[in-house]
Ligand binder design. Structure first.
Ligand code: ADP
Ligand code: MG
Length: 323
């Protein structure tokens, strides 16, 4: 059983950023309005996620550390089947199987909080502690018992970069939650949680963007687009910054990049690069997403429609905002 957990954990949890993603998504699921993520040494040494959500009821505490569906995961195929369901009930147990965990939690009904410590998937202690309503989880020494996995980790800097990118994407896709991100003792960003995408963008990215973005909003062909794009004059070094979410999920898509470049091309000077933050909504049947939750590739069934929509949305916005 431990072996099955470890194999599965290795698949679910390949790198620190994936741990952070699962923990923050749990905090979001718990209805938190404030989430603080604290990372040290690229997440290899310390990953902390503090939320003010519902907390975990006492009777569920033990369960949280157990793999709910161990018997189902016998082959890689099984694993990917589970993956398509979003690893329900698997993530936390998988993370616990390969790390040292301390979890403090309290529900609104509880008078005192509970602290659970576990190592390598084994619960060591459950104790009463003073706590605010919510959950605080600390993961230390990730992969301490899976040396092969540990060996495959990149440098602290590279793993931290993955986490920072993930945190930026999470902050943008949840402007209604105040998200604070601290890396190696320094505050990287803190969004206000006022529901405004523009505010989240300015906190997470370049503050100079403030004067250089205009709103983009368009709906056609059963596809909705909302977001911000940069003025023709804006420069941000020599790279593009194009952050795209499809149905709330961060994706990478060459098709979207192409459509953006196509719309900008006649207007952009040779040393300028467009910056875009786009949220695209369309019927889930119209896309294939890679079933592995860590993958960001997306395939649109009607690529022409998507291209056309983005092009039209940008051209409309250029006119509206005198670009
Ligand atoms: P899933 O999210 O798919 O249910 P997880 O392994 O990620 O599975 O979490 C297991 C369970 O632990 C969740 O269903 C939830 O009940 C509880 N849980 C985990 N993290 C939190 C949190 N931050 N706040 C409240 N409950 C949590
Ligand atoms: Mg989860």
């Amino acid at each position: 059983e431990i072996t099955a957990s470890k194999i599965a954990a290795g698949e679910v949890v390949e790198k620190p950023a994936m741990v952070v993603k699962e923990l923050v998504e749990n905090a979001i699921d718990a209805g938190s309005t404030h989430i603080h993520v604290i990372i040290e040494k690229g997440g290899k040494k310390h990953i902390g996620v503090i939320d003010n959500g519902t907390g975990i009821a006492r009777e569920d505490l033990n369960l949280v550390f157990e793999r709910h569906a161990t018997s189902k995961i016998r082959t890689l195929e099984d694993l990917y089947q589970t993956a398509s369901l979003g690893f329900r009930g698997e993530a936390l147990a998988s993370i616990c199987a390969v790390s040292e965990v301390a979890l403090v939690t309290k529900t609104a009904e509880d008078e005192v909080g509970a602290k659970v410590t576990a190592k390598g998937g084994k619960v060591l202690e459950i104790a009463e502690v003073g706590a605010l309503t919510g959950t605080s989880i600390t993961i230390q020494n990730l992969f301490f018992n899976t040396p092969a996995r540990l060996k495959f980790l990149k440098s602290d800097k590279a793993e931290a970069k993955n986490i920072s990118d993930l945190m930026s994407h999470l902050a943008l896709s949840h402007p209604e939650i105040a998200i604070e991100y601290t890396l190696d003792g320094k505050s990287v960003f803190k969004t206000p949680g006022n529901g405004k995408l523009a505010n989240a963008i300015f906190e997470v990215y370049d503050r100079n963007l403030m004067q250089n973005l205009f709103e983009v909003s368009h709906e056609a062909l059963g596809i909705k687009l909302f977001g911000f794009a940069s003025t023709f004059a804006y420069t941000k070094g020599n790279s593009t910054l194009q952050i795209v979410f499809v149905n709330g999920r961060y994706v990478k898509s060459d098709l979207i990049k192409e459509a953006i470049m196509l719309a900008y091309k006649p207007y952009l000077m040779h040393n300028r690069f467009p910056v875009c933050f786009f949220f695209i909504e369309l019927t889930p049947n119209a896309v294939d997403v890679n079933i592995h939750p860590a993958k960001t590739e997306i395939k649109f069934h009607h690529e022409g429609d998507v291209k056309q929509l983005i092009y039209a949305a940008l051209r409309k916005a250029f006119n509206l905002h005198n670009q």
